[in-house]
Every structure is written in structure tokens, then in C-alpha cells.
Design a protein around this ligand. Structure first.
Ligand SMILES: C[S@@+](CC[C@H](N)C(=O)[O-])C[C@H]1O[C@@H](n2cnc3c(N)ncnc32)[C@H](O)[C@@H]1O
Length: 310
């Protein structure tokens, strides 16, 4: 897989401006992808700095490895979920870091690689695993979860309004024959959504199943909590989210880590003081310009939030 099948890094200048506070620190790219952001970071930081690049996907590690080869003495690449940050840093002998970048979701490479089953635009095996060493795949979710679990996932992770009907159809359909391909799933979505809302429903349903397969939201919560804890004072956490479920988690985590008190909610009871660990640098999320979206449509839904460790 060539690095060229990964597209331009999203919000690149903004990422560099928020992330890099010193040129001799340790930086973590927790969602390495094709290594576009990582390469730009390495070009900015000095010869004494180090970058730890993490991705759950082996293709990304291989592709980024080729791209980052000129920096190999300063780079450590690890195939893992970023939620394993603590264990990874312990293994690499790092106790605190200057910056952590998370550019969430799937890469354009993963969407376009037909055999990965992330896209409804091709009829492929129902896979959707970022880490192909794990057992749980889209096929397992769709063929073994019960109807209530499926409805819940479609509703919570896809905000799909036909969640109950679709869950029922999936269970009826698999009694005849297990769902095997993305086309099998797409055909059922089309039955409930109607032609006008077809594409939106397909996107929502595929997103929901993908989030479940990769346990994306729990993993995000974990890497944010552990990431804040390992940042050195003045270190930065920069996160790009592509849908509201992820962005809400980032916003809430930043808000509670930067709060200086917990409101009692009662007029006679005092608020409880807290020691904040973060200072939020983006009161509103930073979004790409029209020009960036035109040249890189993948950037369309991106929302960047950044915070600094106190
Ligand atoms: C949007 S792409 C990153 C693109 C990258 N910033 C670049 O410049 O090429 C997201 C990548 O993060 C990986 N990923 C998503 N969530 C992850 C997680 N929790 N842990 C590790 N990798 C993750 C995906 O496998 C994918 O390769």
C-alpha cells in the first residue's frame, strides 16, 4: 500500500500550531494513518525530539514506516490501539510527553481499500476491523448480536431513526442465511430508508457498525484520560473529530478537566472546588476553510479541539 493512497492531512497548519510547543520533546501521533501529520511534525521538531506513532491498522504502520524512513532514528511505530497509551509509553521508557495528536476515524485509504469492508460503495466482506488481529468484525456483530443490541447500536452510534425496523430485518434475514457482504447490509438499509434518504442512512448505519466493531467511543474516552495524565505541564492535546459523537466526548472531557469547581446545583450548598488539569485553547472547534474542503473533501466534517496541560 503506497503512502499516496492516504490523502492530504486535515487542518495541517492548525495541528502544527497547536501541537508543537518545543522542538526537543516527545510527541505521540495516536492515529498515524499514512503519516502525513507525523511527517510534518518531524520536519518541525529538532534532532533531539522523538515521535511515537501508533495505529491499530497494520497497513497504516507499514505505509507510514516507508514515509517516515528518513526520520527512522527519531521515530518509534507501534501497531496498537491508542487507548493502550500507558502500556506503550511504559514499554518505550517514556514518562511524560510534550504533545499528543489524535486524528480520529478511518483513513481514506481504509475507505478505499475494498477488501476492508468500510464502504457501502462496493460489495465486500463485512469486516470493518481497523486491527485485523481482533476477532470481532462487522459480520460477527450483524450475525450474532440480538435484535435489541443491534437496535441500540444503530440508534446510539448512527442516530438512525429506522434503528428498530432495521434491527428486526437484519435478524429475519440472517435466519435464512448469514449476512456476508456490505451489499447484504446495504440492501436491508435500502428497504427501510427509501430512495431519498438512502445515502444518508447507509452512511449512518455503516458508521454505527464500525464504531461498535472498533469500540471507538470507549477507546477515545480512555486515550483522552490517559493522554491528559501523561502530558508534561505545558504539553498539548490536539484532537480532530469527524462526527458529533466523537466531538461531544472530546468537548466534555476538556470541559471537565478544565473545570475549577463542580456546581452543587443547590442554592444553599456550596460548589466543590477542583484543581483543573487542562486549559482549553479552542473555545469553539476549529474547522477547515472552504478552500481546504474544496481541495480535500474528507476535511468537510472535521472539528479540531486543543488543550494544554496545566
Ligand atoms: C484519519 S486517519 C489518520 C490520518 C493521519 N493523520 C495522516 O496524516 O495520514 C485515522 C487513522 O487512525 C487509526 N485509528 C483510529 N482510531 C484509532 C485508535 N483508537 N487507536 C489507534 N489507531 C486508530 C485508523 O486505523 C486510521 O489509520
Amino acid at each position: 500500500m503506497e503512502a499516496s493512497s492516504y490523502h492530504t492531512p486535515v487542518l495541517l497548519n492548525e495541528v502544527l500550531a497547536y501541537l508543537i510547543t518545543r522542538t526537543d520533546g516527545v510527541y505521540v501521533d495516536g492515529t498515524l494513518g499514512g503519516g502525513g501529520h507525523a511527517e510534518a511534525v518531524l520536519n518541525r521538531i529538532g534532532p533531539d525530539a522523538r515521535l511515537i506513532g501508533i495505529d491499530a491498522d497494520e497497513d497504516a504502520i507499514l505505509s507510514a514506516g516507508r514515509r517516515l524512513a528518513p526520520f527512522s532514528s527519531r521515530v518509534t511505530l507501534i501497531q496498537s490501539y491508542a487507548s493502550e497509551l500507558n502500556a506503550i509509553l511504559e514499554r518505550t521508557g517514556v514518562s511524560s510527553v510534550s504533545g499528543i495528536l489524535l486524528d480520529l476515524g478511518v483513513s481514506s485509504h481504509q475507505f478505499d481499500a475494498i477488501e476492508r469492508g468500510f464502504s457501502f460503495r462496493a460489495d465486500e466482506r463485512l469486516d470493518m476491523r481497523m486491527d485485523r488481529r481482533q476477532e470481532l468484525s462487522a459480520a460477527t456483530v450483524l450475525n450474532t448480536y440480538d435484535e435489541a443490541q443491534l437496535a441500540q447500536i444503530l440508534w446510539e452510534y448512527g442516530e438512525e431513526k429506522h434503528s428498530r425496523r432495521l434491527a428486526k430485518l437484519i435478524v429475519q434475514r440472517r435466519l435464512q442465511r448469514p449476512l456476508g457482504t456490505t451489499g447484504d447490509l446495504a440492501a436491508l438499509v435500502e428497504q427501510v430508508a427509501g430512495p431519498k434518504h438512502r445515502i444518508k442512512s447507509l452512511a449512518r448505519v455503516f458508521q454505527a457498525i464500525r464504531i461498535e466493531v472498533n469500540d471507538e467511543l470507549s477507546r477515545l474516552k480512555r486515550v483522552l484520560a490517559d493522554g491528559i495524565a501523561v502530558l508534561a505541564p505545558g504539553g498539548r492535546l490536539v484532537v480532530i473529530a469527524y462526527h458529533s459523537l466523537e466531538d461531544r466526548i472530546v468537548k466534555e472531557t476538556f470541559r471537565s478537566a478544565s473545570a475549577s469547581r463542580v456546581r452543587s446545583g443547590h442554592p444553599l450548598l456550596p460548589d466543590t472546588p477542583l484543581t483543573p488539569t487542562l486549559r482549553v485553547l479552542t473555545t469553539k472547534p476549529v474547522e477547515p476553510s472552504e478552500t481546504e474542503i474544496e481541495s480535500n473533501p474528507r476535511a468537510r466534517s472535521a472539528k479540531l479541539r486543543a488543550a494544554e496541560r496545566i
